[in-house]
Design a protein around this ligand. Structure first.
Ligand code: NAP
Length: 248
């Protein structure tokens, strides 16, 4: 039997793609969004269908309110929404704060923090018993940068992710009585395209020796924690932030 529909933002690549596949294997139907790589999202959706899931693929920039509304409308058409993975994220090129341009900071906060709040709002409206739903779970994909601060690289991104941590704690308390659990994962150095988008494709290899476990992580290792936080196995866990970072 289906676990219900889970919305995974940025499900076409990296951690989002691994999460979609894991959720499909766990019995979820999956509604995934993309912004620049329709091809990647379509491939992930096909793999999810091969695993037995029903899928919807939606072009949606999470920082745009109307896109988020359309994303959740598509998800609701698929079936009852019971999960959200706030995975979409982006960062600018590595830079010191003194060199940051306002437009880049605004974009970073818009995608990583405003987008997460807009999607969480839509998920609450779809899942909350207050709104006629039957409950569900939200998992926010934060970052260890929220704690480490991202110096010399992207303090703006780290600050936005610290906001995601606060969103997790506050929203968890707000909707606990409405049968919605809200948790976060804080990945460390995970092998995805995001490091190249920051200007350093080899970043994980450079920093791996500084990780207590001595290696970078794989997207599937984050997906496993996300899947657990969405599942009934974590039924008494809310407002928690789980570091998936090899001890970093
Ligand atoms: P990635 O491979 O670069 O993938 C980013 C995903 O986000 C893509 O699917 C992309 O869509 C989507 N996206 C970007 N901007 C978006 C927007 N405005 N609206 C909707 N979707 C958008 O990165 P990743 O490493 O998997 O990152 C996933 C999450 O993990 C992010 O929140 C990131 O901050 C977090 N994280 C990653 C690491 C790491 O080491 N990799 C560490 C800590 C936290 P398209 O494919 O259509 O471009």
């Amino acid at each position: 039997m289906s676990q219900g529909v889970c919305v995974v933002t940025g499900g076409g690549r990296g951690i989002g793609a691994a999460t979609c596949l894991r959720l499909a294997r766990d019995g979820w139907d999956v509604c995934l969004s993309w912004t620049s790589r329709e091809d990647a999202a379509a491939r992930v959706a096909a793999a999810c269908r091969d695993a037995g899931a029903r899928t919807a693929v939606v072009r949606a920039d999470v920082s745009r309110e109307s896109d988020v509304t359309a994303l959740f409308a598509a998800a609701t058409e698929l079936g009852p929404v019971r999960g959200l993975v706030n995975n979409a994220g982006s960062l600018g090129r590595q830079s010191r704060v003194e060199d940051l341009e306002a437009a880049r900071v605004e974009r970073t906060v818009a995608v990583n923090l405003v987008g997460a709040i807009l999607c969480a709002r839509a998920a609450v409206r779809a899942m909350s018993t207050r709104w006629g739903g039957s409950g569900g779970a939200i998992v926010n994909v934060s970052s260890r940068a929220a704690v480490l601060g991202g110096p010399e690289e992207y303090v703006d991104y780290a600050a936005a992710k610290a906001g995601v941590d606060a969103l997790t704690v506050g929203l968890a308390k707000e909707v606990a009585a409405d049968r919605i659990r809200v948790n976060a994962v804080r990945p460390g150095l995970i092998r995805t395209d995001i490091h190249a988008s920051g200007g350093e494709p080899g970043r994980v290899d450079r920093l791996a020796p500084s990780v207590p476990m001595g290696r970078g992580g794989e997207p599937e290792e984050v997906a496993a924690s996300v899947a657990w936080l969405l599942s009934a196995e974590s039924s008494y866990v809310t407002g928690s932030i789980l570091d998936v970072a090899g001890g970093r």
